[in-house]
Design a protein around this ligand. Structure first.
Ligand code: KIV
Length: 271
């Protein structure tokens, strides 16, 4: 999809981006603020996800269940102000789409008005009425199956899903159902690589994997994980930077310069 970088990436262009049709793998990263949005855009990613993982990566919560629609709108607006060409997708947080379709649409509209071009929600067939309501109100929706972090308490932790045949079959049925209901792409998280490949072959919309092996139509990572801003990261993360260490060294050097009188110098002073 790198040919999209001269003009905005759109929902239809993502929907069509199946690797089996010759498309390059889709690239998605999270961003939660303007610097993150600028970095992702400058790197030429196809999609920027304002994930509810802002909870763990920025706000210091243990899980994603703590963030609200207001929190998500706040962070979505910050990324949207950078006016990325990448498609900006915002996560619907826990309990913003679980009760009824009208509530779901109202909450999604808050994120769209904050600058998102699409929303993402977690879950399978139980979400069909909400997905249909979003599609009916012209709000593009991305699905998210497998290890769905908002289900952390039901799953008993962040565990790989779909290892047993019955669970894998349920995932395939869920994927077919939400794709048929109108999801334009599906995030597949934390499932065996063979299952993710099967899902990718089954579906006409692209799959974007995270901890789901190389067989998907695209890959997503959390920006803070790939930059090395988190001390711990799951097995599926590849670190492309070590920014926490670099940032700590920079602040340590600043502190030492202040204490020794080396900062500010003449060049950093007004005359
Ligand atoms: O919130 C998030 O970061 C996500 C990704 C893991 C896909 O949903």
């Amino acid at each position: 999809m790198s040919d999209f970088r001269t003009r905005p990436v759109t929902v239809p262009s993502v929907r069509a981006a199946k690797r089996r049709l010759g498309h390059l793998p889709l690239v998605m990263v999270t961003a939660y603020d303007a610097p993150g949005g600028r970095i992702a855009e400058a790197a030429g990613v196809d999609l920027i996800l304002v994930g509810d993982s802002v909870a763990n990566n920025v706000l210091g919560y243990e899980d994603t269940l703590q963030v609200t629609v207001g929190d998500m709108a706040h962070h979505t607006a910050a990324v949207a102000r950078t006016r990325p060409l990448a498609l900006l997708v915002a996560d619907l947080p826990w309990m913003s789409y679980h009760l009824d379709p009208a509530d779901t649409v109202r909450n999604a509209a808050v994120l769209i008005r904050a600058g998102a071009k699409a929303v993402k929600l977690e879950g399978g067939r139980t979400r069909l009425p909400m997905i249909s309501a979003l599609v009916d109100t012209e709000i593009p929706v991305m699905g998210h199956l497998g290890l769905t972090p908002q289900s952390v308490n039901v799953m008993g932790g962040h565990r790989v899903q779909g290892r047993e045949a019955a669970a894998a079959e349920r995932l395939v049925e869920d994927a077919r159902a939400i794709a048929d209901a109108g999801c334009f792409a599906l995030v597949i998280e934390g499932v065996p690589a063979a299952l993710a490949t099967l899902l990718t072959d089954e579906l006409d919309v692209p799959t974007i994997g995270i901890g789901a092996g190389p067989g998907c139509d695209g890959q997503v990572l959390v920006l803070h994980d790939l930059l090395g801003l988190n001390q711990w990261a799951p097995k599926f993360v590849r670190r492309y930077g070590n920014l926490e260490v670099e940032a700590t060294e920079a602040v340590t050097a600043f502190a030492a310069d202040v204490r020794s009188g080396a900062f500010p110098g003449d060049a950093e002073s007004y005359h």
